[in-house]
Design a protein around this ligand. Structure first.
Ligand SMILES: *Cc1c(COP(=O)(O)O)cnc(C)c1O
Length: 457
């Protein structure tokens, strides 16, 4: 039995290509639809807002997509990331299971998000784009894109939901430090923002509104493009460096994990760690369980419907086939902001529908309880989102104990929680609330959906 605590890879072991799971899916996801015509959205429809290479990757039939050398060079600022054996946690749980975690919190912005922000900024720069726009809620995505844009000499304009802009100044200042311009949304810089402010000057903003502002600016000028930090196929693919590194790291110990776990917002870090293992399931006959951990306050995977829905609240985006609670479902203000999204990406939704992955919902109180146990036994203070994955890992380790089985459990520690200490404070002072939705609330949210059904395959 190995006694190693962490497994590092050399820089020359950094993956050379991203893994595209699309060609290996037993059933292809239904196409995205134009909401007006209900016709499939083709690559040309996306050209006003995304650079060509990103669009090509969104529809790519290639299993391996090479990572450009300039992107690998930036990745090397923090990649390969370490894989840790959670010996302290195993001991506290007195479990026969071996628990490993991949730590993505050592990136410049403190989460997995730069894994896609860097290539997206690079492809924009290659195409001669001068300015990138995006939206951000709590600020994890805005920080990642600000860092990446700065690196490739692009102007980065970020529309930050107004409540977060006012209540969470530190991530905003991080974005400024990397040279980005951050505006509270709704702003008076766009038509969509001005229209909303005219009706309600004190509007607190929402991600849906911020997306509308960022997309409007990109659609208006040829030197400006928009960038998204989750959900879409190319974003999920960029994150697969995570799982590919894990395979090499566990291979050094001759281990294939039994269970792979990650928290789930739109699906990008879950895809990042699990798709390379699903590749083994789909092509090599392994039977690795991949579990997405979502909050009970926003349970689209465990309690939502599989249906066409919009990506944003306002209904501007194409219709995507997804597990959803409805695009105007407003989740409770839980402390894991990154998991408060109504839907799931098309690929992860198809995988769940085909029962190739699993999902579990975790209440935020039990998530924080797990996160604090982790911090006390392993040291690192996890992001509130990551705590949901830790809770599922702990519950699987307890099951292994009941069954008396030596399983290997791997989870993604997708970010650190250093800018989320007010959430920990709320947990310690007993101010966190449970958010179990009643069936009536779920039915009401889903009942409002008037979008098309996904045709049966
Ligand atoms: C954005 C974010 C998430 C949720 O997004 P996914 O696309 O599902 O990965 C989870 N954890 C952290 C730390 C994040 O920043």
């Amino acid at each position: 039995m190995s006694t190693r605590n962490k497994i590092h890879l050399r820089e020359d072991q950094l993956p050379e290509a991203w893994y595209n799971i699309l060609p290996h899916l037993p059933n292809q996801p239904a196409p995205a639809l134009n909401p007006q015509t209900l016709q499939p959205v083709g690559p040309a429809d996306l050209e006003p807002i995304f650079p060509l290479e990103v669009i090509r990757q969104e529809y790519s039939p290639d299993v391996w997509v090479p990572i450009p050398e300039p992107v690998r060079e930036v990745y090397k600022l923090w990649r390969p990331t370490p894989l840790f054996r959670a010996r302290g946690l195993e001991k506290a749980l007195d479990t026969p299971a071996a628990i490993y975690y991949k730590y993505e919190g050592g990136s410049p912005s403190g989460s997995h998000k730069p894994n896609t922000a860097v290539p997206q900024a690079y492809y924009n720069q290659q195409q001669g784009v001068k300015r990138i726009t995006t939206e951000t809620g709590a600020g994890q995505w805005g920080c990642a894109l600000a860092f990446a844009s700065q690196h490739f000499g692009l102007t980065c304009e970020i529309y930050m939901v107004k409540v977060s802009y006012e209540q969470k100044p530190y991530r905003r200042v991080l974005m400024n430090t990397w040279g980005a311009d951050v505006y509270p949304s709704p702003s008076n810089r766009t038509e969509s923002g001005r229209r909303i402010l005219a009706a309600d000057p004190d509007c607190a903003g929402s991600l849906g509104i911020a997306i509308s502002e960022a997309v409007e600016l990109a659609a208006q000028s040829p030197d400006t493009k928009y960038s998204l930090g989750s959900v879409l196929n190319h974003v999920l693919m960029h994150q697969t460096v995570i799982g590919q590194e894990c395979i090499k790291q566990l291979d050094e110990e001759n281990i294939i994990p039994d269970i792979v776990i990650a928290p789930f917002g739109g699906g990008s870090n879950f895809a990042g760690i699990s798709f390379p293992f699903l590749h083994m399931n789909l092509t090599k006959g392994t039977n690795i369980r991949c579990i997405a951990a979502e909050p009970t306050s926003c349970p689209k995977l465990t309690r939502g419907v599989f249906r066409y829905d919009f990506g944003d609240t306002a209904g501007f985006t194409p219709l995507l086939p997804m597990y959803t609670l409805g695009h105007d479902f407003v989740p409770a203000r839980i402390h894991a902001g990154g998991l408060r999204y109504h839907g799931a990406g098309a690929i992860v939704s198809q995988l769940l529908k085909d029962k190739l992955i699993e999902a579990q919902a975790v209440d935020q109180i039990s998530a924080f309880e797990s996160g604090v146990l982790f911090a006390r036994t392993e040291g690192i203070i996890p992001a509130p989102e990551a705590n949901h994955g830790i809770a599922v890992a702990i519950s699987e380790a307890k099951k292994a104990k009941e069954e008396g089985r030596k399983k290997t459990i791997l989870f993604n520690l997708c970010g650190h929680g250093h800018f989320d200490m007010s959430s920990y404070e709320a947990y310690f002072s007993g101010k966190l609330e449970s958010h179990e939705l009643s069936q009536a609330e779920i039915d009401e949210a889903i009942g409002k959906l008037h979008t098309p059904e996904v045709p049966a395959q």
